[in-house]
Design a protein around this ligand. Structure first.
Ligand SMILES: [Zn+2]
Ligand SMILES: [Zn+2]
Length: 128
């Protein structure tokens, strides 16, 4: 029994992760200077801003927890992005165009944010 359980655990850990683990999140936050890529707000000890990592290619479309597929966003912006994208439906050409339009409408979105979303269709090819 114990042997079988270990084997199962090995298989699970060998698969690509769907959730961003703590160390990868921390590393990604550092690489963008602890700044939300949607609103440009910086996390400080004083403001207690909560940073998260958003999957650019959604998990439902095969998106994984990789650096390339991640965008640093504060909790408020992350919620707002999902309020916008979740009803969009299928992740196809219109999805990325709508997303790009949305990002352009955010006055303080960073260049990194715009660049990542404008390359969205590349993620479809990689995940296919
Ligand atoms: Zn934000
Ligand atoms: Zn997200």
């Amino acid at each position: 029994m114990g042997k079988k359980k270990n084997k199962t655990l090995n298989i699970v850990s060998a698969q690509p992760e769907i959730k961003y683990n703590k160390s990868l999140r921390k590393s990604m936050f550092r690489s963008v200077g602890e700044v939300c890529q949607c609103c440009g707000e910086k996390r400080t000890k004083q403001n207690g801003l909560v940073l998260t990592v958003h999957h650019i290619l959604p998990v439902r479309a095969g998106g994984l927890a990789t650096r390339e597929n991640g965008l640093v966003a504060c909790a408020d912006c992350h919620t707002a992005v999902h309020d916008y994208i979740d009803p969009l439906g299928d992740v196809g050409r219109n999805f990325w165009q709508d997303m790009a339009d949305y990002i352009l409408s955010l006055p303080k979105a960073t260049e990194e944010c715009r660049a990542r979303f404008s390359s969205g269709e590349e993620y479809i090819k990689k995940a296919a």
